[in-house]
Each structure stands twice: as structure tokens, then as C-alpha cells.
Design a protein around this ligand. Structure first.
Ligand SMILES: NC(=O)c1ccc[n+]([C@@H]2O[C@H](COP(=O)([O-])OP(=O)(O)OC[C@H]3O[C@@H](n4cnc5c(N)ncnc54)[C@H](OP(=O)(O)O)[C@@H]3O)[C@@H](O)[C@H]2O)c1
Length: 256
């Protein structure tokens, strides 16, 4: 039987790896043989548990407290990874926040937090990562968007706009960086059962049932369901996939 291509020895940086989709991705990439560095913002406890669990299984994992909003943090983390492992081969731009910004905007702080984390910060991290990938002679980037970026989301305009921009950033980077041997793609999940969506999915069973009902497959994806497609896009099985938005939404939004 053909097995999934190993990512043996690949040096991969994942932002927002302490919880949710990022955590599942870190675990899977480590199991596929990669050396994985990940960032977190505040949950040092979760990051520590993850590092210790993977290290106990013999995996090489590094964790960094680093805010996706700042370029200084990106420079520091990328520099530390290059120092530890001699270079960087791949990047997963995953960290993000989902905060309400209704059309009649009442909360400027939310607006800034969403755009700075999901959009401008991601630009800054990409800038540092791209230089590092070029120093390594090429590599792979996977960014995490959302169905909100494809069809909009009532009450979450800044989030939807930020995720729409992640899609256009993916296509721009693919065009720009292909000649440098850097393959760039994006995943677009819909509802995923993580801490981010907990207030909508884990508090009110009736609300959860309403969300479940929009899934033709009948169940709400979990973080591991998104990690697999991310690993695929990073792997050699996706060598001809470039500038693509891979919908991982359980069929709730049939686009592409
Ligand atoms: N869950 C969904 O329904 C869903 C749907 C579509 C798209 N997405 C996207 O998928 C990505 C991951 O979401 P998730 O559901 O896994 O979220 P999550 O469970 O809330 O985890 C978010 C992760 O990002 C980190 N983070 C947040 N802000 C950060 C910042 N400024 N700098 C560095 N790290 C930061 C968090 O660190 P701490 O642990 O330290 O807080 C955590 O590791 C996001 O981009 C999100 O928009 C999620």
C-alpha cells in the first residue's frame, strides 16, 4: 500500500499551535516526522503540555510565546528556528481570532484585534518567513482562511474581510513566490469544534443542533479534520497544487 509521504526532518513553523486546529496540526506533522516549532499568545500551560507530550514520543518540538501581530516577534521566532535547526522549510499561518464587528461598529478594539492578528500580522509573519524559506532554497506555505472569507459572515464583518484577504494573499504569494520554489496554498474551514467556536457550539445544545443541521455529512468537523488537509498541502502529494483554496467545510459552502 502506498503510504502518506513522510515529512521527515522538515522544519515547519505553525502559528497558534497551542490549541485547536494549530495544535492538531503540530501533533500530526510531528507524527509524520517533521520538526515542528509553534507559537502561542497566552496559553503557556497548553503549549507546555503539548511540547512535553510530543517530546516524550521522541519528536523534536519547539514552542515560542510570540504575538502574530508584531514583526519583531516573527523575526525573533524565525531566527530562533534557523539557529536551532539550520533553516526553515515550511510555514502554517494559522493563528487567528473570531470577534464580532457588527456593521454599526461599536467596538474599535475588536476591529483592530481582528485585522491586526488575522491580516496585517499575518503579512508581517509572511515577510519574515519568506526570507527564511528563500535562504533554505524554497519551501511551502499554508495559510488558514475560512468560509467567512468566501461568503461573508453576518455580525463578523472584520473577520470575514480578514479571511477574504487571506485568500487573495495566498494567490498573490503563489504568483510572486512560485519562481523562488515556494509553493503557497490555503485551507478554508467552516465551523470547527474548537475553543474559538465554543460559545456557539458547546454552550447551548439547541444551537449546536442548528449548526449540525447545515452539514450534509451530519457532523461538525474537529481540529484533526483540518490538520490532515494542511499536512497534505505541505506534502509531496501536493507538488502540483499551488495558489489553491482547499475547502474543508464539510460541504456547508459549496464553492470553488
Ligand atoms: N474554529 C472554527 O470554527 C474555525 C473556522 C474557520 C476558520 N478558523 C480559523 O482557524 C484558525 C485556528 O482557529 P482555532 O479554532 O483553532 O482557534 P483556537 O482554538 O481559538 O486557537 C487559537 C490559537 O491561536 C493563538 N493565537 C490567537 N491570537 C494570537 C496572536 N495574536 N498571536 C499568536 N497566537 C495567537 C492561540 O494562542 P493561545 O492558546 O496562547 O491563546 C491559539 O493557539 C484561525 O485562523 C481561525 O480563524 C476556525
Amino acid at each position: 500500500m502506498t503510504t502518506f509521504p513522510a515529512l521527515t526532518g522538515k522544519r515547519i513553523l505553525v502559528t497558534g499551535g497551542s490549541r485547536g486546529i494549530g495544535e492538531a496540526t503540530v501533533r500530526l506533522l510531528a507524527q509524520l516526522g517533521a520538526r515542528v516549532a509553534f507559537t502561542y499568545q497566552a496559553r503557556q500551560d497548553a503549549a507546555k503540555v503539548l511540547v512535553e507530550a510530543l517530546a516524550a514520543q521522541g519528536h523534536e518540538v519547539l514552542a515560542f510565546q510570540a504575538d502574530q501581530r508584531t514583526r519583531e516577534a516573527a523575526k525573533r521566532v524565525v531566527g530562533n528556528v534557523e539557529q536551532a535547526w539550520g533553516g526553515l522549510d515550511a510555514f502554517v499561518g494559522n493563528a487567528g481570532v473570531w470577534l464580532p464587528t457588527p456593521a454599526e461598529l461599536t467596538d474599535e478594539d475588536n476591529l483592530e484585534a481582528v485585522l491586526e492578528t488575522n491580516l496585517t500580522g499575518l503579512f508581517r509573519w509572511n515577510a519574515e518567513v519568506v526570507s527564511a524559506l528563500k535562504r533554505s532554497g524554497g519551501g511551502t506555505i499554508v495559510l488558514v482562511s475560512s468560509t467567512a472569507g468566501q461568503r461573508g459572515e453576518a455580525g463578523y464583518g472584520a473577520y470575514a474581510a480578514s479571511k477574504g484577504a487571506v485568500i487573495s494573499l495566498t494567490k498573490t504569494l503563489a504568483t510572486e513566490l512560485g519562481p523562488a520554489g515556494i509553493r503557497v496554498n490555503c485551507v478554508a474551514p467552516g465551523w470547527v469544534d474548537t475553543d474559538l467556536s465554543a460559545a456557539a457550539l458547546r454552550v447551548d445544545p439547541a444551537q449546536r443542533k442548528r449548526v449540525e443541521a447545515i452539514f450534509p455529512l451530519g457532523h461538525i468537523p474537529v481540529a484533526e479534520d483540518i490538520a490532515g488537509p494542511i499536512a497534505f498541502l505541505l506534502s509531496e502529494w501536493a507538488v502540483a497544487v499551488h495558489g489553491e483554496i482547499l475547502n474543508v467545510n464539510g460541504g456547508t459552502v459549496l464553492c470553488g
